[in-house]
Design a protein around this ligand. Structure first.
Ligand SMILES: [Zn+2]
Length: 93
């Protein structure tokens, strides 16, 4: 499983969930993701690391680009309204 820090906020990205909920779907190069901590939209590259991209750079004419933009825009707004995930403290809650 992918374990890499978000290139924007360094939050560890330990898992991904496909939006179609297919159980055996794994991310592929070019797929989009979003950091659950800071809301940065990310794109998998050829070595399956992630790079930050802007929503405005997504090509609406390719595949389900328009749907992706809508979902990512909503998700980013919700994540940024919530704010960063609180870090767990050793021995804390
Ligand atoms: Zn992040």
């Amino acid at each position: 499983m992918l374990t890499t820090p978000c290139p924007t906020c360094r939050h560890p990205l330990e898992m991904s969930t496909p939006i179609n909920n297919a159980p055996d779907t794994k991310p592929q190069a070019g797929d989009l993701s979003i950091c659950i901590n800071c809301g940065q939209v990310l794109q998998y590259n050829a070595i399956m690391s992630v790079e930050p991209i802007e929503i405005s750079s997504i090509d609406l004419s390719v595949g389900n680009g328009a749907e992706c933009v809508e979902v990512l825009t909503k998700a980013q707004k919700l994540i940024r309204q919530r704010g960063p995930i609180k870090k767990k403290t050793p021995g804390g809650d």
